[in-house]
Write a protein that binds this ligand. Structure first.
Ligand code: ZN
Ligand code: ZN
Length: 344
């Protein structure tokens, strides 16, 4: 079986890897589509992010879909031939957070394509994956597998929107429209937002934001005052999804948010952002974090399967696994790429 394995920054190789042995509760999946995510790019470009570093060769990827090849004796929910989205997160099920229903905070989380633990959790950019039955979520028979591979990032955005409560009739600002911000635009539209405004510092993703339903898409690099008008009378937006991880975007969002607004910090940038706390206090802003997802994965698969959330405008190009390095270079160029996928 072939896999895309990162050895060190800019050293990504397509190599042979072993297929793991199957337990009775496992399934074997022939992966077909894998989306390149920001964290994959960080491993590829810099060897990691924050304090997380690759310390051994690691298969990248955590956004994938495919077909069931084989099932263990105890598997009941899927069978060979089923098409599935792969949930990369496998919580332990018995730590204190799992028992509280906060499995995204699991103390023993196994998340595919992550160097957070040793040995690293190998990722999904490989032809064949063996995983727990619970990680294989069946999709509609006619939905293209490349669309289903959006289930993981869509789950992240559904979880983020949950932090803000109902978006019905709300005025929503999304700052930073990379794949996650763009999916937040789609989620806000789907959840009945009255108005969705997007900002970014690059034109290409803003064009996509317009295409997927943003009422207004503003370039805050070419026009630093683009959001100023929304600051009149103490602000305009009820909810902000800050998906850039950039301090100036959060500061502008705080100015444009109305008293009592909720700001969900989705992007993390380099992890250090200054917050104009005077605005948080004086406007009684609720500033919330959001981390991964849990039960939202099933909802994401449902919305993608039914077409209720249409991610097709986000898919820039599908590149063969053999050309993975080019795919990563393309994904790193925001002027050309939104979501790049590997075909496996
Ligand atoms: Zn991702
Ligand atoms: Zn746990």
């Amino acid at each position: 079986m072939k896999a895309a394995i990162v050895h060190s920054p800019r050293d990504l190789r397509i190599e042979e890897a072993d297929v793991a042995a199957m337990g009775p509760g496992d399934v074997k999946i022939r992966i077909r589509a894998g989306g390149i995510c920001g964290s994959d790019l960080h491993y590829f470009l810099h060897g990691g992010f924050g304090t997380v570093r690759i310390q051994q060769p690691m298969i990248l990827g955590h956004e994938a879909s495919g077909e069931i090849l084989e099932t263990g004796a105890a598997v009941t929910q899927v069978r060979p031939g089923d098409r599935v989205a792969v949930n990369p997160s496998l919580a332990c099920g018995h730590c204190r957070y799992c028992l509280e229903g906060k499995a995204n905070h699991c103390l023993d989380m196994r998340f595919n394509g992550s160097a957070m633990r040793m040995p690293h959790m190998q990722g999904l950019f490989r032809e064949i994956v063996v995983c727990a039955e619970a990680q294989a979520v069946k999709v509609a028979p006619d939905v293209p597998l490349e669309l289903v591979a959006f289930a993981e990032p869509l789950s992240v955005c559904l979880h983020a929107s949950r932090q803000a409560g109902s978006l019905q009739g709300k005025r929503v600002l999304v700052t930073g429209v990379g794949p996650i911000g763009a999916l937040c635009v789609l989620v806000a539209r789907h959840a009945g937002a009255r108005e969705v405004v997007a900002t970014d510092v690059t034109d290409a993703p803003l064009a996509v934001a317009r295409q997927i339903g943003a009422d207004l898409a503003l370039n805050t690099a070419s026009d630093p005052k683009a959001l100023d008008r929304f600051g009149a009378d103490k602000g305009h937006f009820d909810v902000v999804f800050e998906a850039s991880g950039a301090g100036p975007a959060l500061a502008a969002a705080l100015t444009a948010a109305r008293p009592g607004a909720t700001i969900v910090q989705v992007g993390i940038g380099n992890g250090e952002m200054s917050v104009p706390m005077n605005l948080v206090v004086a406007k009684e802003i609720t500033l919330r974090g959001t981390f991964r997802f849990h039960e939202e994965f099933a909802a994401a698969v449902h919305f993608l399967s039914s077409g209720a959330i249409d991610v097709r405008p986000l898919l820039t190009e599908i590149v063969p696994l053999s050309d993975a390095v080019r795919a990563f270079e393309l994904a790193a160029d925001r002027s050309r790429a939104m979501k790049v996928q590997l075909a496996l």
